[in-house]
Design a protein around this ligand. Sequence first.
Ligand code: PMV
Length: 325
Amino acid sequence: MSDPGIPSSKLPLATRAPGKCILFGEHAVVHGKPEVVLAIDLHTQVALRGATEHRLNGSAEAARSNAYLVEGLRRLHPDGPPLDVTVTSRLPRAAGLGSSAAFTSALSAGLWALRGGVSRAELAASSFEVERGAQGVGSPGDTTATVGGGYLSINAGTGPAAWTVRDGDREWAVRRLPDPQWVWVVGYTGIPRNTGETVRAVGRRLDQSDGPALLDRFQSVALEGVDALREERREAVGRLLDQNQALLREVGVSHPRVEALLAAAAPGCDGGKLTGAGAGGSVVVLPKPGHELEVARRIARAGGVPYIVKPAPLGVQLVEHLGVR
Ligand code: PMV
């Protein structure tokens, strides 16, 4: 495992993690199928300082009620001194763009730095445990992206894995994919959603008799997506994004606002889909080269909040010299 991990550090410190979008395979990944995730250049920064009691953005009450912070402190800082945790983020919350995973991995990286440092593989496993502990359900897909950076496949391909995350008898093998140097556009519908509820609803849908066949179709699209990305076949990637969206519609997690943003963006795109849990949240589209701004405008005119995004090649990092006092 060649990725440098998080070194040892002392208070005060700061960490920075990218957001993420899911290109293929959300929901199916919870059931062990392949997924492709992309870390995006909308970052979350977490600063940790000493304090007299745990605080989150200045509030002791917020520190007690934020499930991700409570779980992170319980697992990684059980006997440590009180911390003042300050979060700043460019990511909209509950939008499917990885705000929880970015916060979780940035917090976990900071707490591990105080414990003497950690490898990236261990940090990926640990961030997943914190996020799962707080959320109750889910896969390591989101924390994989925010810890790993760049394009990553999960449960796809052969050859050595960068790392493997285990949970009981499930395991998810993570591999790096090359960056085809494309620009993406994501668009937030403005409708927040609850990942846990959506995952449970899809689980019930997949318990029906055609569930296994549906999961196989998710798998084929994601595996073809991995090949098309590797070979930089842009139009094929676009077509597969559309096919993945059709499957997500079929399992009931699309939303009229998602469909409206996708329809508005379509004339300037090679393809697109919802990204994340769905039922609101965000879309990700692959604009035709040179049409990024036009697509962003189309999404804005349809009532969405557009972000033109590039891959964030680095996962969560310890940030020194940020002027943290
Ligand atoms: O919308 P998000 O960022 O919470 O993404 C959820 C992705 C799911 O596959 C639906 C759940 C998971 O944990 O993988």
